[in-house]
Write a protein that binds this ligand. Structure first.
Ligand code: TYC
Length: 124
């Protein structure tokens, strides 16, 4: 699109667009131009926390961080060691339903193998 087309482009949206939200509204009774801001709320996000324990094998945690949290191998190893040394670490940040599913998946995979690995969620 050319720069001089942009001002009249009916396709754009969002603040200042032509979809009503954020457009200047005229209060005809008082003749006062007012502006309505659209209220767009971001969904809450949750940190999925992995806790250290003395029994879950390091290799299991590294594999889980790759498979469940999509960490590249080197990052998964680093994060596992950080959890091992510091007691806990953030495996990822997600919206509620995804975070809940990640926690449940960690617990299911750990239980299937007889490991005591625990995960939890914290509001970001
Ligand atoms: N501390 C475990 C061990 O020495 C390894 C481990 C790391 C366990 C991270 C859990 O979230 C964890 N085998």
């Amino acid at each position: 699109m050319r720069a001089d087309d942009r001002a009249q482009d009916p396709g754009r949206s969002g603040p200042g667009g032509t979809d009503g939200a954020g457009a200047a509204d005229v209060d005809r009774q008082r003749g006062v131009a007012t502006k309505t801001r659209p209220k767009v709320e971001r969904p809450a996000r949750f940190k999925v926390v992995l806790y250290n324990d003395d029994y879950t094998p390091m290799e299991f945690v590294v594999a889980l961080l790759q498979q469940v949290f999509s960490k590249p191998p080197a990052e998964a190893t680093q994060l596992m060691l950080q959890i091992h040394h510091q007691g806990a670490g953030i495996a990822g940040v997600y919206v509620l339903e995804i975070a809940e599913t990640k926690v449940a998946t960690v617990h299911r995979l750990a239980e299937e193998r007889g490991h005591p690995l625990r995960a939890g969620m914290e509001l970001e």
